[in-house]
Design a protein around this ligand. Sequence first.
Ligand code: ZN
Length: 126
Amino acid sequence: MATIIREIDEAKSERGLQRRKAGEGFGAPLLHCCCICHTVAPWGNGWSTYCSENDIDNSVAIPKFCSRLCVEKGGPEARNVTEVMREAARALEWREPKIVYRERELTEREKWQDAVRRQSLKHPRS
Ligand SMILES: [Zn+2]
C-alpha cells in the first residue's frame, strides 16, 4: 500500500525568505505599503494615492496612504513624500504566498511511526 501525503512545497509557496516581491508573484493580490507608516496590506477602504496616469504607466513608485491620518502627514499633493520614501515603501511590497502542495510517499520511518500510532489507538493505555 503506497501512502501518499501532501506537504507544503516551501520553495514554490514563497514562504519566509522565499517570498517574492511585487510583480513576481503567482497572481496573488499585491500587498501595498503605506509611504508614511509602512503598513503592508491589500488595497482597501481608507487607502489612497496621489499620482498621474503617466506615473502608473511608467511604473513610478507612487505615494500610497493607508488612512486619512497618513494622507494628512503626506501633505498637500503628497509633497512631504519624497522619492526615497516612495521607493522604500515599494520595496516592502510583496504578494501573498500561494500555498503549493507536493505529494510524496511516506518514508520508512514515517510508516513505522504511523503503525505505532495505529497500534496505540487500538490498545489505549488509559
Ligand atoms: Zn499609513
